[in-house]
Design a protein around this ligand. Structure first.
Ligand SMILES: Cc1cc2nc3c(=O)[nH]c(=O)nc-3n(C[C@H](O)[C@H](O)[C@H](O)COP(=O)(O)OP(=O)(O)OC[C@H]3O[C@@H](n4cnc5c(N)ncnc54)[C@H](O)[C@@H]3O)c2cc1C
Length: 433
């Protein structure tokens, strides 16, 4: 059924993208660069979706601790990495036990630390061999082979590679908890290998101006007026959308790029994954308690991870104080419990100020096996969907899904030769920036 009224006809030529997160912006950018008029309707007060940065009391606070990985192939394709001004973290981890702390570094990045992990007693020589083997394999083979590999839960996969329970509990589980936002390691092993490949091949870090810089760079390349914020879509059809205030807006096609739960409400026919939750606490300390840009993961599981963000990105603080980010799985406001653990990890925290807490109930789609690494982006004629729930739950997955949806729209609206030429042109445009 159509939603269009006569007054909407003049806007019909644009493709409407519902949602201005990374997936929607990437989709809009591909369409725009292919020469297709596009309009992004974003419900909240700015673009970015789950990747936004607030400025609070002079601190840059990402809405939940997250990182950019330079090895994400799609990010390399659509983003100007130079403009990100990335502040890298060390390629390794500090593993905090009840009392002791171990250091595990990627030896090809930090050769001086190559032996510190094994020497600190996290695993046996067999564990070390298993870790080296899985890392070397995941780095070396094409991603397509990892996508097609056998699939099982991640914990079963790690055991199949020869890792002991101790190694899994002391290193892999605490590390992956902060990445997958689950501690059972029930995530598909294919997803694990793709993420592991990115960690081994890339550098992680945050843009100097915050993670929100990533969607901002995408949005800035759209034509003026292409993005409307404060526009919540409540109904979707092949010829346009209706906003929550009743306004109908016509379009040649509609791409729903909303977060998974909102997408499920707009498109009842798509499957919506359960979401993983996380809470990030931000504290200001008079000075850095670590003086090193490295993530600390918690083998006890009280917290997931913590980092002194300003040791990597001094721009996250306006007054020279250190900004400490700490994430806990699930939704919680128990700052006292977190502070107790931070005191065990960093020493005295009595002079620290609690700056903010970000509880995020729907942070990342769950990805247990069997997990299709590519879900369809065509919903019904004229209606498409993209977002991290169509690929992997990550920036990489969101950006890929945006490109796939744009490709599908061009292929359906234009004759094949025109669509192919436009898509190639957009690809060259993306590669240029
Ligand atoms: C705390 C946290 C940590 C993370 N850590 C990492 C990490 O380290 N590395 C990584 O790669 N990924 C990480 N992720 C995942 C990554 O942020 C997401 O995969 C990505 O943002 C998904 O983008 P998206 O465009 O699919 O969805 P979203 O970012 O959710 O964007 C959807 C947009 O649609 C809008 N919208 C919803 N409904 C409507 C409607 N009805 N009308 C109009 N607009 C609507 C929303 O307001 C939103 O702006 C993390 C996520 C969180 C929350």
């Amino acid at each position: 059924m159509g939603l269009l009224m006569d007054r909407d006809r003049e806007t019909r030529e644009a493709v409407i993208v519902v949602g201005g997160g990374p997936a929607g912006l990437a989709c809009a950018l591909w369409l725009h660069e292919a020469g297709m008029p596009v309009r992004v309707l974003e419900a909240s007060d700015d673009v970015g979706g789950r990747v936004r940065t607030d400025v609070v009391g002079g601190f840059r606070l990402d809405r939940g601790f997250q990182v950019f990985n330079t090895a994400y192939p799609e990010a390399r394709r659509v983003l100007d990495l130079g403009a990100l001004d990335l502040r890298p973290f060390a390629s390794g981890l500090l593993v905090q036990g009840r009392t002791a702390r171990a250091r595990v570094m990627l030896p090809w990045r930090h050769p001086l630390h190559a032996l510190s992990g094994p020497l600190s007693g996290l695993g046996t020589p067999r564990d070390l061999a298993a870790l080296a083997a899985v890392t070397a394999r995941d780095m070396a083979v094409p991603a397509s082979r990892l996508r097609a590999g056998p699939e099982r839960r991640t914990d079963d996969e790690l055991r199949a590679w020869g890792m002991s329970d101790r190694m899994i509990d002391c290193l892999m589980r605490p590390f992956l908890a902060g990445v997958l936002l689950e501690r059972d390691l029930e995530t598909s092993s294919r997803v694990f290998h793709l993420f592991w490949r990115s960690f081994a091949r890339g550098t992680i870090g945050v843009p100097a101006l915050g993670m929100g810089r990533i969607p901002r760079l995408l949005a800035d390349r759209l034509p003026p007026g292409a993005v409307t914020v404060g526009a919540r879509v409540s109904e979707v059809a092949s010829d346009g959308v209706r906003l929550a205030d009743g306004t109908a807006i016509g379009g040649r096609a509609v791409v729903v790029a909303a977060d998974p739960e909102s997408a499920g409400r707009l498109l009842p026919e798509i499957e919506v994954p359960p979401m993983r939750a996380v809470t990030t606490f931000y504290h200001a300390a008079p000075r850095s308690p670590l003086r090193e840009p490295i993530q600390v993961i918690d083998a006890t599981g009280v917290i997931a991870d913590t980092i002194v963000l300003t040791d990597a990105a001094p721009e996250y603080s306006a007054d020279g104080r250190a900004l400490v980010s700490t994430s806990v799985l699930g939704v919680t406001t128990d700052e006292r419990r977190v502070r107790e653990r931070l005191t065990e990890i960093y020493g005295d925290t009595t002079a620290w100020e609690h700056v903010a807490t970000y509880p995020i109930a729907a942070a990342l789609p769950a990805m247990p096996p069997p997990f299709p690494l590519r879900r369809p982006v065509r919903v019904r004629p004229g209606v498409y969907v993209c977002g991290d729930h169509r690929d992997t739950g990550s920036l990489q997955g969101a950006l890929v899904s945006g490109r796939r949806a744009a490709h599908a729209v061009l292929g359906d609206l234009w004759p094949p030769s025109r669509a192919a030429a436009a898509y190639a042109r957009a690809g060259r445009g993306a590669a240029r920036v």
